[in-house]
Design a protein around this ligand. Sequence first.
Ligand code: ADP
Ligand code: MG
Length: 514
Amino acid sequence: MFIMSEDSQRTQGRDAQSSNIMAGKAVAEAVRTTLGPRGMDKMLVDSGGEVVITNDGATILNEMDIEHPAAQMIVEVADSQEEEVGDGTTTAAVIAGNLLGEAEDLIEQDVHATTIVEGYHEAAEIALEAIESQVGEAEVDDEILKQVAESSMTGKGTGGLTAESLAETVVEAIRHVEMDAGVQRDNVSIHTQIGASSNATELVPGIVVDEEAAHDAMPANVEDASIAVLDVELGVRTGEIDAEYAIDSIDQLNQAIDAEESEVRGYAETIAESGADVVFTTEDVDDRVSTFLANEGVLVFESVGDSDARDIASATGARRVGALDDLEEDDFGAADHIRTKNYGDDDLAFVEGGAAAEAVTVFVRGGTEHVVDELERAIEDALDVVATALASGEVVPGAGATEIAIADTIRSEAAGIEGRKQLAVNAFADAIDVVPRTLAANTGQDPIDSLVDLRAAHESEGRAGLITAGEEVTIDDPFEYGVVDPADVKREAIESATEAATMIVRIDDVIAAE
Ligand code: ADP
Ligand code: MG
């Protein structure tokens, strides 16, 4: 008896388990070499020939166009990591892959999937406690925030820019949006603009939009700007005249033209009289209106994108107005300074200071599209980790030290766990070891020797990480070198990797519709 369509495919039992595990492992393997300060980049080319060069785990996995459902779950680990804490995506994916690898061995030794799942959950709890014990005692100040930013940008292409100066910019940006209600991460944006060296990357106290003045004679700089944001067409809609007038004489034509002229003049005068210095409208502006307003010294932007209009309104406190008759001074937003600038093919408007200064923009420069794109991803991660570290006030040592401590704690507690579950708990510790092992391998060290040395140093000194400082690789206390990660990044990596791995292990029946 068939209860499913004959076209659907079904894999069951061990076959299902091992094919899922293999797919999950393969995905994690794909990002392994990018981990850490000496991690390599990947060049991804899509079917359209579009090229992305990146070191970012989540970006790589998303660009890879992965189809296998179990593999897709590892991609989701990276995605949720990115979403929740903004960094640690490679770490989470690599741990998940190794949890699967260890599970495969256990299944071969006839340990039941349920036992593995229970053991993994128990080990994850121990891991979270171990992270707690690793949290640094020092207050998370600007110095530590800079270290967090720098550690997160390690190994990323920063276009020749020092991670130190970028870290400074990132911390300044986050401090800028720190309000009583907490860090307003959404008020920080990044705007990339090619054409200069990455050294020209700077912080703009406001927002930057891709918009061009409607007329060349308009001022390129407006101080103390009153800003109107409109969804109004400033001109006569084409076709409107014909509909209203049946033109069959020269007189009537002249009348029509007069009426049009006066309508256009009416728009221009209403705006000029409203007291607005700068106008953004999402609709078109008639040339005659912009000429008139240029003479009046008003700066006008036409056909502004909807999201730009929204950003400008929310940053400057302007209310968007849909009809010119409704425009009142109350609707105006304010900024200390609005300027327009041309960058080759692009025209940008900078809206700075005043109400707009609640927002801040990292204005990223770089020689090529690839450079600014990777710089943008690096800064995005750094902004997230600094916000995360500032929010919880908790950082842990990086460079594998926290993972060494986690694995050590798990192993010592595993001794007290009965039965086969103990095997699963120990296997979890082995999977966590992948982080220091991979950091070692990616810096050209022998992974086994490094692991042994790290454990010994952890035993005798407490904090022990495999630190890359310039050309040197040493085992020491990462806090001494400013290699620090937010505690939440480690917690999230453990949680999301455990969740995905246990979910995949539990599956013993895959039914796929064709
Ligand atoms: P992820 O996507 O997981 O964030 P990264 O490639 O950013 O991957 O690498 C992060 C790891 O690199 C963390 O474990 C972090 O502590 C470590 N790390 C950062 N800077 C250094 C350093 N100077 N020396 C050794 N390890 C470092
Ligand atoms: Mg990172």
